[in-house]
Design a protein around this ligand. Sequence first.
Ligand code: SF4
Length: 395
Amino acid sequence: MGETAKAVGGMNLAKEIHGDRQLIVRRLQKAGKKVLGYMGPSIPLEILSAVDIIPFRILGDMEEPISRADKAFPVTMCPCVRSCFDLACKGRYDFLDGYIGSHYCDAQEKASHIWKSMESFRFFPYLDMPHTTHPWAEKYFKSMLVAFGKQLESYQGRSLSVENLRQSIEWHNQQRRLVKELYELRKNDPPLISGTETLKVLIALSSVPVAEGNVLLREVLDEIKARTVLPAPKPARILVWGDAVDNVCLTEAMEEYVDLVMDDTGLGAGNYFAEVEATPDPFDGLAHRYLVQTNFPRTFRENRAGETGKARMSQLEDRFSYLEGYVKEWKVDGIVLLLVRFCDPYGFEVPALRAFLNEIGIPNIYLESDYSNAALPALKTRIQAFAEMIAKPRP
Ligand code: SF4
Protein backbone atom coordinates (compact mmCIF):
# COMPACT_ATOMS: atom_id res chain seq x y z
CA MET A 1 0.00 0.00 0.00
CA GLY A 2 3.02 2.34 0.41
CA GLU A 3 3.21 3.05 -3.32
CA THR A 4 -0.58 3.34 -3.60
CA ALA A 5 -0.70 5.84 -0.75
CA LYS A 6 2.04 7.93 -2.35
CA ALA A 7 0.29 7.83 -5.74
CA VAL A 8 -3.10 9.07 -4.56
CA GLY A 9 -2.17 10.86 -1.31
CA GLY A 10 -2.72 9.43 2.16
CA MET A 11 -5.87 11.39 2.91
CA ASN A 12 -7.44 10.53 -0.46
CA LEU A 13 -6.68 6.85 0.06
CA ALA A 14 -8.13 6.97 3.58
CA LYS A 15 -11.30 8.52 2.14
CA GLU A 16 -11.40 5.89 -0.60
CA ILE A 17 -11.12 3.05 1.93
CA HIS A 18 -13.72 4.74 4.12
CA GLY A 19 -16.06 4.78 1.09
CA ASP A 20 -15.34 1.15 0.18
CA ARG A 21 -14.13 -0.61 3.31
CA GLN A 22 -13.39 -3.88 1.52
CA LEU A 23 -11.07 -2.18 -0.99
CA ILE A 24 -7.84 -3.58 0.47
CA VAL A 25 -9.05 -6.80 2.12
CA ARG A 26 -10.74 -8.01 -1.10
CA ARG A 27 -7.34 -8.05 -2.80
CA LEU A 28 -5.67 -9.68 0.19
CA GLN A 29 -8.32 -12.37 0.47
CA LYS A 30 -7.74 -13.25 -3.19
CA ALA A 31 -4.09 -13.70 -2.25
CA GLY A 32 -5.14 -16.21 0.43
CA LYS A 33 -5.30 -14.03 3.56
CA LYS A 34 -8.05 -14.58 6.11
CA VAL A 35 -10.18 -11.76 7.49
CA LEU A 36 -12.06 -11.97 10.81
CA GLY A 37 -14.71 -9.49 11.90
CA TYR A 38 -15.08 -8.11 15.41
CA MET A 39 -17.14 -5.41 17.11
CA GLY A 40 -15.91 -2.97 19.74
CA PRO A 41 -12.47 -2.15 21.13
CA SER A 42 -11.94 -5.18 23.39
CA ILE A 43 -10.45 -7.67 20.92
CA PRO A 44 -6.62 -7.87 21.20
CA LEU A 45 -5.83 -7.38 17.52
CA GLU A 46 -2.16 -8.10 18.22
CA ILE A 47 -2.94 -11.83 18.51
CA LEU A 48 -4.63 -11.88 15.09
CA SER A 49 -1.86 -9.92 13.38
CA ALA A 50 0.73 -12.25 14.96
CA VAL A 51 -0.72 -15.23 13.06
CA ASP A 52 -1.26 -13.19 9.89
CA ILE A 53 -5.05 -12.85 10.19
CA ILE A 54 -6.55 -9.48 9.25
CA PRO A 55 -8.92 -7.98 11.85
CA PHE A 56 -11.86 -6.07 10.34
CA ARG A 57 -14.04 -3.96 12.62
CA ILE A 58 -17.78 -4.36 12.17
CA LEU A 59 -19.54 -0.98 12.10
CA GLY A 60 -23.21 -0.07 11.84
CA ASP A 61 -24.68 2.21 9.18
CA MET A 62 -26.93 5.08 10.24
CA GLU A 63 -28.14 5.51 6.63
CA GLU A 64 -29.57 1.98 6.47
CA PRO A 65 -32.91 1.49 8.25
CA ILE A 66 -32.86 -1.45 10.68
CA SER A 67 -35.39 -4.03 9.48
CA ARG A 68 -34.12 -7.62 9.51
CA ALA A 69 -32.43 -7.41 12.95
CA ASP A 70 -35.76 -6.73 14.62
CA LYS A 71 -36.67 -10.37 14.11
CA ALA A 72 -33.90 -11.34 16.52
CA PHE A 73 -33.56 -8.41 18.94
CA PRO A 74 -36.00 -6.29 20.91
CA VAL A 75 -36.08 -2.68 19.74
CA THR A 76 -35.03 -1.69 23.26
CA MET A 77 -31.53 -3.00 22.59
CA CYS A 78 -28.55 -0.87 21.53
CA PRO A 79 -29.38 0.35 18.00
CA CYS A 80 -25.70 0.35 17.04
CA VAL A 81 -25.41 -3.41 17.66
CA ARG A 82 -28.81 -3.95 16.02
CA SER A 83 -27.56 -2.03 12.98
CA CYS A 84 -24.38 -4.16 12.78
CA PHE A 85 -26.44 -7.33 13.00
CA ASP A 86 -28.96 -5.98 10.48
CA LEU A 87 -26.15 -5.38 7.99
CA ALA A 88 -24.89 -8.92 8.64
CA CYS A 89 -28.39 -10.31 7.90
CA LYS A 90 -28.41 -8.31 4.65
CA GLY A 91 -25.06 -9.74 3.53
CA ARG A 92 -22.81 -6.69 4.10
CA TYR A 93 -20.33 -8.82 6.06
CA ASP A 94 -20.59 -12.05 4.08
CA PHE A 95 -17.05 -11.56 2.76
CA LEU A 96 -15.61 -12.26 6.21
CA ASP A 97 -14.00 -15.62 6.96
CA GLY A 98 -15.33 -15.60 10.51
CA TYR A 99 -16.43 -13.44 13.42
CA ILE A 100 -15.00 -13.02 16.91
CA GLY A 101 -17.75 -12.67 19.49
CA SER A 102 -17.03 -10.96 22.80
CA HIS A 103 -18.54 -9.71 26.02
CA TYR A 104 -17.60 -6.05 25.61
CA CYS A 105 -21.12 -5.22 26.76
CA ASP A 106 -24.32 -7.26 27.14
CA ALA A 107 -25.64 -6.14 23.74
CA GLN A 108 -22.50 -7.31 21.95
CA GLU A 109 -22.53 -10.57 23.89
CA LYS A 110 -26.14 -11.34 22.90
CA ALA A 111 -25.42 -10.41 19.28
CA SER A 112 -22.42 -12.78 19.27
CA HIS A 113 -24.53 -15.77 20.31
CA ILE A 114 -27.43 -14.97 17.98
CA TRP A 115 -25.12 -14.38 15.03
CA LYS A 116 -23.35 -17.67 15.78
CA SER A 117 -26.66 -19.53 15.81
CA MET A 118 -27.22 -18.39 12.21
CA GLU A 119 -24.17 -20.46 11.20
CA SER A 120 -22.96 -17.76 8.80
CA PHE A 121 -19.32 -18.74 9.33
CA ARG A 122 -17.46 -21.93 10.13
CA PHE A 123 -15.10 -20.09 12.48
CA PHE A 124 -16.84 -18.24 15.31
CA PRO A 125 -14.61 -17.92 18.39
CA TYR A 126 -15.86 -16.15 21.50
CA LEU A 127 -13.71 -14.11 23.88
CA ASP A 128 -15.05 -13.75 27.39
CA MET A 129 -13.99 -10.59 29.22
CA PRO A 130 -14.56 -9.74 32.88
CA HIS A 131 -16.07 -6.42 33.90
CA THR A 132 -13.79 -5.59 36.84
CA THR A 133 -10.11 -4.78 37.17
CA HIS A 134 -9.41 -7.07 40.16
CA PRO A 135 -6.10 -8.95 39.88
CA TRP A 136 -8.02 -12.24 39.68
CA ALA A 137 -10.13 -10.84 36.84
CA GLU A 138 -6.96 -9.90 34.99
CA LYS A 139 -5.58 -13.38 35.58
CA TYR A 140 -8.78 -14.93 34.24
CA PHE A 141 -8.74 -12.60 31.21
CA LYS A 142 -5.13 -13.58 30.48
CA SER A 143 -6.19 -17.26 30.47
CA MET A 144 -8.96 -16.35 28.01
CA LEU A 145 -6.43 -14.62 25.75
CA VAL A 146 -4.11 -17.64 25.82
CA ALA A 147 -7.03 -19.92 24.88
CA PHE A 148 -8.09 -17.46 22.15
CA GLY A 149 -4.53 -17.52 20.77
CA LYS A 150 -4.65 -21.33 20.61
CA GLN A 151 -7.95 -21.20 18.71
CA LEU A 152 -6.43 -18.82 16.17
CA GLU A 153 -3.32 -20.98 15.88
CA SER A 154 -5.30 -24.08 14.99
CA TYR A 155 -7.65 -22.15 12.66
CA GLN A 156 -4.74 -20.58 10.81
CA GLY A 157 -2.47 -23.63 10.98
CA ARG A 158 0.35 -21.43 12.16
CA SER A 159 2.06 -21.29 15.51
CA LEU A 160 1.81 -18.18 17.66
CA SER A 161 5.40 -17.64 18.75
CA VAL A 162 6.42 -15.18 21.47
CA GLU A 163 8.62 -13.39 18.91
CA ASN A 164 5.73 -12.94 16.48
CA LEU A 165 3.47 -11.70 19.25
CA ARG A 166 6.11 -9.19 20.41
CA GLN A 167 6.57 -7.97 16.83
CA SER A 168 2.83 -7.63 16.40
CA ILE A 169 2.53 -5.68 19.67
CA GLU A 170 5.21 -3.31 18.39
CA TRP A 171 3.29 -2.75 15.09
CA HIS A 172 0.09 -1.98 16.99
CA ASN A 173 1.91 0.27 19.47
CA GLN A 174 3.43 2.11 16.50
CA GLN A 175 -0.07 2.61 15.15
CA ARG A 176 -1.17 4.00 18.52
CA ARG A 177 1.73 6.46 18.54
CA LEU A 178 0.94 7.56 14.98
CA VAL A 179 -2.73 8.08 15.83
CA LYS A 180 -1.68 10.16 18.86
CA GLU A 181 0.48 12.24 16.53
CA LEU A 182 -2.57 12.78 14.34
CA TYR A 183 -4.56 13.90 17.39
CA GLU A 184 -1.76 16.35 18.28
CA LEU A 185 -2.54 18.15 15.02
CA ARG A 186 -6.03 18.84 16.32
CA LYS A 187 -4.60 21.00 19.10
CA ASN A 188 -3.99 23.75 16.55
CA ASP A 189 -6.63 26.51 16.42
CA PRO A 190 -8.19 25.94 13.94
CA PRO A 191 -7.39 22.21 13.97
CA LEU A 192 -5.21 21.01 11.07
CA ILE A 193 -7.53 18.04 10.58
CA SER A 194 -11.27 18.01 11.22
CA GLY A 195 -13.12 15.47 13.36
CA THR A 196 -14.78 14.06 10.24
CA GLU A 197 -11.47 13.56 8.44
CA THR A 198 -10.01 11.97 11.58
CA LEU A 199 -12.96 9.56 11.76
CA LYS A 200 -12.49 8.60 8.10
CA VAL A 201 -8.83 7.81 8.79
CA LEU A 202 -9.76 5.73 11.86
CA ILE A 203 -12.40 3.79 9.92
CA ALA A 204 -9.85 3.17 7.14
CA LEU A 205 -7.40 1.86 9.76
CA SER A 206 -10.03 -0.53 11.07
CA SER A 207 -10.40 -1.96 7.55
CA VAL A 208 -6.78 -2.83 6.67
CA PRO A 209 -3.91 -4.86 8.18
CA VAL A 210 -1.87 -3.03 10.82
CA ALA A 211 1.32 -2.70 8.75
CA GLU A 212 -0.59 -1.15 5.85
CA GLY A 213 -2.46 1.09 8.26
CA ASN A 214 0.86 2.40 9.58
CA VAL A 215 2.05 3.24 6.05
CA LEU A 216 -1.24 5.01 5.41
CA LEU A 217 -0.99 6.95 8.67
CA ARG A 218 2.53 8.20 7.89
CA GLU A 219 1.32 9.48 4.51
CA VAL A 220 -1.69 11.15 6.12
CA LEU A 221 0.49 12.80 8.77
CA ASP A 222 2.93 14.22 6.18
CA GLU A 223 0.04 15.58 4.18
CA ILE A 224 -1.82 17.16 7.11
CA LYS A 225 1.33 18.71 8.61
CA ALA A 226 1.98 20.46 5.28
CA ARG A 227 -1.44 22.15 5.29
CA THR A 228 -1.22 25.93 5.23
CA VAL A 229 -4.71 26.98 4.16
CA LEU A 230 -7.23 26.20 6.89
CA PRO A 231 -10.93 26.96 7.30
CA ALA A 232 -11.90 29.74 9.71
CA PRO A 233 -12.26 28.51 13.31
CA LYS A 234 -15.78 27.71 14.49
CA PRO A 235 -17.22 29.40 17.59
CA ALA A 236 -16.39 26.52 19.95
CA ARG A 237 -13.90 23.66 20.33
CA ILE A 238 -15.63 20.45 21.36
CA LEU A 239 -14.72 17.05 22.79
CA VAL A 240 -17.24 14.29 22.06
CA TRP A 241 -17.67 11.42 24.54
CA GLY A 242 -19.59 8.21 23.80
CA ASP A 243 -19.24 4.78 22.25
CA ALA A 244 -21.05 4.74 18.93
CA VAL A 245 -19.59 7.86 17.30
CA ASP A 246 -18.62 5.84 14.26
CA ASN A 247 -20.58 7.33 11.33
CA VAL A 248 -19.35 10.51 9.68
CA CYS A 249 -22.89 11.85 9.32
CA LEU A 250 -22.69 12.46 13.11
CA THR A 251 -19.40 14.36 13.01
CA GLU A 252 -20.41 16.28 9.87
CA ALA A 253 -23.63 17.37 11.58
CA MET A 254 -21.72 18.65 14.62
CA GLU A 255 -18.98 20.30 12.57
CA GLU A 256 -21.50 22.58 10.91
CA TYR A 257 -21.37 24.54 14.19
CA VAL A 258 -18.26 23.55 16.15
CA ASP A 259 -14.70 22.31 15.71
CA LEU A 260 -14.49 18.72 16.92
CA VAL A 261 -10.97 18.75 18.29
CA MET A 262 -10.92 15.74 20.61
CA ASP A 263 -12.90 12.64 21.49
CA ASP A 264 -13.17 9.90 24.03
CA THR A 265 -14.91 7.21 22.00
CA GLY A 266 -14.59 3.50 21.39
CA LEU A 267 -13.18 4.08 17.92
CA GLY A 268 -11.00 7.09 18.72
CA ALA A 269 -8.71 8.13 21.58
CA GLY A 270 -10.16 5.49 23.93
CA ASN A 271 -9.19 2.83 21.41
CA TYR A 272 -5.68 4.11 20.73
CA PHE A 273 -4.10 6.07 23.55
CA ALA A 274 -3.08 3.18 25.83
CA GLU A 275 -0.09 1.15 24.60
CA VAL A 276 0.71 -2.46 25.48
CA GLU A 277 3.57 -2.56 27.97
CA ALA A 278 6.51 -4.88 27.35
CA THR A 279 6.22 -7.82 29.78
CA PRO A 280 8.24 -11.07 29.91
CA ASP A 281 5.06 -12.93 28.93
CA PRO A 282 3.37 -10.76 26.25
CA PHE A 283 -0.05 -12.07 27.29
CA ASP A 284 0.37 -10.25 30.64
CA GLY A 285 0.86 -6.93 28.84
CA LEU A 286 -2.13 -7.61 26.59
CA ALA A 287 -4.45 -8.58 29.46
CA HIS A 288 -3.42 -5.49 31.43
CA ARG A 289 -3.83 -3.13 28.49
CA TYR A 290 -7.26 -4.34 27.35
CA LEU A 291 -8.79 -4.84 30.79
CA VAL A 292 -7.12 -2.26 33.06
CA GLN A 293 -5.36 0.48 31.08
CA THR A 294 -8.20 1.23 28.68
CA ASN A 295 -10.87 3.33 30.30
CA PHE A 296 -14.28 2.31 29.02
CA PRO A 297 -17.51 2.42 31.07
CA ARG A 298 -18.00 -1.30 30.32
CA THR A 299 -15.43 -2.01 33.07
CA PHE A 300 -16.36 -1.37 36.69
CA ARG A 301 -13.67 0.36 38.77
CA GLU A 302 -14.15 -0.06 42.48
CA ASN A 303 -14.15 2.98 44.73
CA ARG A 304 -11.41 3.15 47.29
CA ALA A 305 -12.61 1.31 50.43
CA GLY A 306 -14.49 3.33 52.98
CA GLU A 307 -14.99 6.45 50.94
CA THR A 308 -18.41 8.08 51.08
CA GLY A 309 -19.99 11.52 50.87
CA LYS A 310 -17.17 14.05 51.20
CA ALA A 311 -14.75 11.90 49.27
CA ARG A 312 -17.06 11.65 46.25
CA MET A 313 -15.12 14.25 44.33
CA SER A 314 -11.86 12.36 44.74
CA GLN A 315 -13.58 9.25 43.45
CA LEU A 316 -14.84 11.18 40.44
CA GLU A 317 -11.35 12.54 39.89
CA ASP A 318 -9.98 8.99 39.88
CA ARG A 319 -12.38 8.10 37.12
CA PHE A 320 -12.51 11.20 34.95
CA SER A 321 -9.49 13.45 35.55
CA TYR A 322 -7.96 12.27 32.25
CA LEU A 323 -10.81 14.15 30.53
CA GLU A 324 -9.81 17.32 32.37
CA GLY A 325 -6.32 16.78 30.93
CA TYR A 326 -7.77 16.48 27.40
CA VAL A 327 -9.77 19.68 27.95
CA LYS A 328 -6.64 21.63 28.89
CA GLU A 329 -4.36 20.18 26.22
CA TRP A 330 -6.81 20.47 23.32
CA LYS A 331 -8.24 23.79 24.58
CA VAL A 332 -11.76 22.37 24.68
CA ASP A 333 -14.66 24.78 25.35
CA GLY A 334 -17.30 22.13 26.02
CA ILE A 335 -18.05 18.40 26.03
CA VAL A 336 -20.83 16.66 24.14
CA LEU A 337 -21.92 13.41 25.75
CA LEU A 338 -23.36 11.65 22.71
CA LEU A 339 -25.06 8.35 23.40
CA VAL A 340 -27.23 5.94 21.51
CA ARG A 341 -30.49 5.04 23.16
CA PHE A 342 -30.44 1.94 25.42
CA CYS A 343 -26.65 1.97 25.89
CA ASP A 344 -26.47 0.86 29.52
CA PRO A 345 -22.70 1.03 30.15
CA TYR A 346 -22.36 4.64 28.99
CA GLY A 347 -25.81 5.63 30.23
CA PHE A 348 -24.97 4.61 33.82
CA GLU A 349 -21.78 6.70 33.63
CA VAL A 350 -23.52 9.92 32.59
CA PRO A 351 -24.73 11.25 36.01
CA ALA A 352 -21.29 10.82 37.62
CA LEU A 353 -19.47 12.26 34.62
CA ARG A 354 -21.77 15.29 34.43
CA ALA A 355 -21.39 15.84 38.19
CA PHE A 356 -17.62 15.87 37.73
CA LEU A 357 -17.69 18.21 34.70
CA ASN A 358 -20.09 20.60 36.45
CA GLU A 359 -17.90 20.59 39.55
CA ILE A 360 -14.80 21.58 37.59
CA GLY A 361 -16.72 24.05 35.43
CA ILE A 362 -16.59 22.39 32.01
CA PRO A 363 -19.76 23.13 29.98
CA ASN A 364 -21.40 19.93 28.81
CA ILE A 365 -24.52 18.67 27.12
CA TYR A 366 -26.09 15.21 27.02
CA LEU A 367 -27.57 14.12 23.70
CA GLU A 368 -29.12 10.83 22.67
CA SER A 369 -29.80 9.38 19.23
CA ASP A 370 -31.49 6.30 17.85
CA TYR A 371 -28.51 5.68 15.52
CA SER A 372 -30.36 6.75 12.41
CA ASN A 373 -29.98 9.83 10.28
CA ALA A 374 -33.51 10.82 11.32
CA ALA A 375 -31.84 11.93 14.58
CA LEU A 376 -29.56 14.43 12.83
CA PRO A 377 -31.83 17.52 12.56
CA ALA A 378 -32.53 17.52 16.32
CA LEU A 379 -28.86 16.89 17.03
CA LYS A 380 -27.85 19.87 14.88
CA THR A 381 -30.30 22.18 16.65
CA ARG A 382 -28.97 21.19 20.08
CA ILE A 383 -25.33 21.52 19.00
CA GLN A 384 -25.97 24.92 17.45
CA ALA A 385 -27.59 26.15 20.68
CA PHE A 386 -24.77 24.68 22.80
CA ALA A 387 -22.15 26.33 20.57
CA GLU A 388 -23.88 29.71 20.96
CA MET A 389 -23.93 29.30 24.75
CA ILE A 390 -20.24 28.48 25.12
CA ALA A 391 -18.77 30.41 22.16
CA LYS A 392 -15.53 32.25 22.89
CA PRO A 393 -13.98 34.97 20.74
CA ARG A 394 -11.32 33.49 18.44
CA PRO A 395 -8.22 35.36 17.32
S1 SF4 B 1 -23.20 1.75 22.29
FE1 SF4 B 1 -23.26 0.93 24.38
S2 SF4 B 1 -24.64 -0.86 24.30
FE2 SF4 B 1 -24.03 -0.32 22.19
S3 SF4 B 1 -22.24 -1.59 21.75
FE3 SF4 B 1 -21.46 0.35 22.56
S4 SF4 B 1 -21.26 0.03 24.78
FE4 SF4 B 1 -22.55 -1.63 23.98
